[in-house]
Design a protein around this ligand. Structure first.
Ligand code: MLT
Length: 408
C-alpha cells in the first residue's frame, strides 16, 4: 500500500493565493456583470521592457538555425548573465559576490521553497509572522514542524512583526539554525536599514546559523541608504544566502527568471561538527534537480542590464511605485493606519476588522481583490495587503470604489 508523506496532512487546506483565486472565481461566476479590479497577488500587469523583448526575439531566432542553436545550457546559468549580475547588482554596490556564486533559476518562489532541503530535519527554523507562505509551508512539508495548533505550527520560532515593533521583529531569544528574512518585506512592505541587518548577521555568526534573505523586491527601494543586498553588511558572506528575481523588477512573472547567491564562505555542519560548503551542496542539488532556464529567457534577463533595458525596467518600477503612493495616500486619508508603499509595491493596512471579512467586504461591495493579512500568519490578523501592480486607471478606480465602501 502506497503511503503519503504525512507532513502534507499538517498543511492548511490550500495555498493562500489559490484560496483567493478560488473565492474570486466563485464570486465572478455568481456576479458575471461585476468588473473586478485585482490588487491581490503581486502579479505585474505591464509588458516586458522593449530591450528584453528584442533580446528574447533574437535568441529565439538563434534557436532556429543549426549553427546558433543551443541544447542544454549550464544548470547554473550562462556566464553572460551571471557575470552581469555579479558586476551590476553586487560589485557596483560594494557587495563582494562572484559570478560562480550565482545560480540562475526559474523563480525565487522555487528557490526559497527548495533551499531548506539541504538542511537536517531537526533544523530549528525562525520565520517572521506575517510571512510569504512558501517559507513556512515548505518546512511543514519537510517535517520540521509539529501540528497546526491555535493558528500556529508547533516547533517553529515565530518572529512577530507587529505595529508595535514597526514590523521589524526582535532577534530570537532561543538559538535558531535557519532564519528567513525578507526585505523589502512581503507582505508588510517595510525595509531594514544597515544596523538592523547587521544585528541579524552578527546573531547568525554567533550561533552558526544561516539566513535565507529574500530580496525579490530590492528594486523598489527608493532611499539609497537602505541596503539592497545583505552582502552590503560585513560578515554576511559567511552566513547568508540571497534570493533575487526578475519577476517584479522587470515584469518576468510569466517569463520566469530569478537567481540565488550562495557565497563560497557559507558553511553548514554535519553531526560530527565538521563544516561543509553550502555552495557545493546547493550546486549538487541544483544540478541534480534542475536543467537550467531556457536560453532565450536568460538573454531577455541579460538585457535588463543594458543601458536601455535598465532604464526601461526602472520606468516599470517607478510606474508601480506611483500607484503605491496613490494607494497609501487614499487609504491614510480614509483614516486607516498603514505601512509599506514607500520602498515596496505592497501597502499593509490595519483594517480594524477580521481580515477575511475585510477581504469579502472589498470583494462584494467594491469589486476589489486584496489579500487578507491573516493568510500570511497570526500576526497578520486584522490586516489586509493591497498590491500596486495594476494600471493607473484601475488603481484610481479601485481607490474610488474603496472610498465609497469605507468612508468613515
Ligand atoms: C505575492 O503576492 O505575495 C507574490 O506575488 C507571490 C509570489 O511572488 O509568489
Amino acid at each position: 500500500m502506497i503511503k503519503i508523506n504525512g507532513n502534507y496532512l499538517k498543511l492548511q487546506a490550500s495555498y493562500l493565493f489559490s484560496e483567493i483565486a478560488g473565492r474570486v472565481a466563485a464570486f465572478q461566476k455568481a456576479n458575471p456583470e461585476k468588473e473586478m479590479i485585482k490588487l491581490g497577488i503581486g502579479d505585474v500587469t505591464r509588458s516586458l521592457p522593449g530591450a528584453c523583448i528584442s533580446a528574447f526575439h533574437s535568441a529565439v531566432d538563434e534557436m532556429a538555425t543549426d549553427e546558433a542553436f543551443r541544447g542544454y545550457g549550464p544548470e547554473q546559468g550562462y556566464p553572460f548573465l551571471r557575470d552581469k549580475i555579479a558586476e551590476i547588482d553586487f560589485k557596483s554596490r560594494g557587495a563582494e559576490v562572484s559570478s560562480d556564486e550565482i545560480f540562475i533559476s526559474d523563480g525565487a518562489k522555487c528557490d526559497t521553497g527548495n533551499f531548506q532541503e539541504i538542511f537536517s530535519t531537526d533544523t530549528k527554523i525562525a520565520i517572521p509572522d506575517p510571512v510569504y507562505p512558501v517559507y513556512l509551508d515548505t518546512n511543514v512539508m519537510a517535517g520540521r514542524t509539529g501540528i497546526f495548533n491555535n493558528g500556529r505550527y508547533e516547533n517553529i520560532i515565530y518572529l512577530d512583526s507587529t505595529m508595535e515593533n514597526g514590523f521589524l521583529p526582535d532577534l530570537p531569544e532561543q538559538p535558531a539554525d535557519l532564519i528567513y528574512l525578507c526585505f523589502p518585506n512581503n507582505p508588510t512592505g517595510v525595509v531594514a536599514n544597515k544596523a538592523v541587518l547587521k544585528s541579524w548577521v552578527d546573531y547568525a555568526r554567533e550561533n552558526r546559523s544561516i539566513i535565507l534573505f529574500d530580496a525579490a523586491y530590492e528594486a523598489f527601494i527608493t532611499d539609497d541608504n537602505i541596503p539592497h543586498s545583505i552582502y552590503e553588511i560585513e560578515g554576511a558572506r559567511e552566513v547568508a544566502v540571497e534570493f533575487r528575481s526578475f519577476s517584479k523588477s522587470a515584469g518576468f512573472t510569466g517569463t520566469r527568471c530569478a537567481f540565488t547567491v550562495v557565497p563560497k564562505d557559507c558553511m553548514a555542519y554535519d553531526t560530527g561538527g565538521n563544516s561543509h560548503s553550502l555552495h557545493a551542496l546547493w550546486n549538487r542539488r541544483h544540478s541534480t534537480k534542475f536543467n537550467g532556464v531556457s536560453y532565450p529567457v536568460q538573454r531577455a534577463a541579460e538585457a535588463v542590464y543594458s543601458e536601455e533595458g535598465s532604464r526601461q525596467a526602472k520606468d516599470l518600477v517607478d510606474f508601480y511605485m506611483k500607484n503605491a503612493a496613490i494607494i497609501k495616500e487614499e487609504i491614510s486619508n480614509l483614516g486607516y493606519k498603514c505601512a509599506g508603499g514607500d520602498h515596496s509595491p505592497y501597502i499593509w493596512i490595519w483594517g480594524e476588522m477580521d481580515s477575511w471579512d475585510f477581504f469579502d467586504l472589498l470583494l462584494n461591495r467594491a469589486g476589489v481583490v486584496c489579500t487578507p493579512g491573516a493568510g500570511f500568519g497570526a500576526c497578520g490578523k486584522g490586516f489586509i495587503r493591497i498590491s500596486a501592480f495594476n494600471s493607473l486607471e484601475n488603481v484610481k478606480n479601485a481607490m474610488s470604489r474603496i472610498k465609497t465602501t469605507l468612508m468613515k
